[in-house]
Design a protein around this ligand. Sequence first.
Ligand code: COA
Length: 320
Amino acid sequence: MTTKIIGTGSCPGERVVTNDDLANIVDTSDEWIRPRTGIHERHLTTGLGTAGMAAEAARLACENAGISPEELDLIIMGTSSPEYCFPSGACQVQAAIGAVNAAGFDLSAACSGFVFALMTAHSFLKSGLYRKALVIGADDLSKLVDWSDRRTCVLFGDGAGAAVVTAEEDGFFEGVMGCDGKKWEVLTCQARSGGNFLTEEKPEMGYISMDGQEVFKFAVKKVPECIRQVLDANGTEMSEVKYYILHQANERIIDSVAKRLKEPIEKFPMNIQRYGNTSGASIPILLDEMNREGKLNRGDKIVLAGFGGGLTWGAILLEW
Ligand code: COA
């Protein structure tokens, strides 16, 4: 028993914000941002928020898969920016699309969220417990960014992507996940802090804080490693892989991974130019765009690879 993606959907934030727009609010420029990150513009949400974008991506994924939301058994949403501590965003999506028969929960793995969620859904399908699942990556990091910090605010965008997956007899699905908790401080966003009536701490919210160079070094080392791991586990050669769909954090990270794997950059599709880093949403948004552009054919071998805060990483080799 294996897992197949049968439909995808995506929903970026409603408003496009260019590098020039950001140069009006912080001391930065298109000339600085573009060559260092590859980002030209990003989408920010102005109302939909994490759950709203996720629900729209989910609706489109069900439509694309040709299924009714009532057929879903499970919804897993990878997010680090839900609107509520509880309920989960998955429960909000369940209500919004009418997936009345699905259990749902959120999973926190920062920018690796979609890969971790897909691995989790695969485990449920493989065990036979469920047959159809909706896997979502959705993030509204713009509400967690310090808009006076030029080192981080230029990097992120908002969006959601979703995939419907089913249990199938044919094909293969090979995955690996990992984390290095010792490096948790490299990329953080503190949740609401503050004690209780005994501690007299004032509640406060944190902003995204990042050691960019540490993240860069980690990503260019770890991503090729975990990609090689899933290929070896499956006995698949790199030449057999049609596309490597990587988390869209930075064009230079993707270039460097391609070089380290000695694979042509054409096998690494990118849309970071238009969306920036949408965290858990970046892989399923790109997957959806490629699916709708007809770039993916049944039987294609593709690799998905995510990395981010935790530090976390994960790679999946699957047959389209
Ligand atoms: N505009 C203009 N100048 C900026 C800037 C901006 N948006 N951001 C930082 N700078 C300045 C810094 O203040 C610093 O100036 P100083 O030397 O006068 O203090 C200078 O540029 C260099 O900063 P530094 O942080 O060393 O830049 P960098 O070359 O490491 O590039 C990143 C920064 C963030 C682009 C790069 O580290 C990176 O891409 N890291 C990976 C981040 C990532 O992908 N995170 C998400 C992972 S899921």
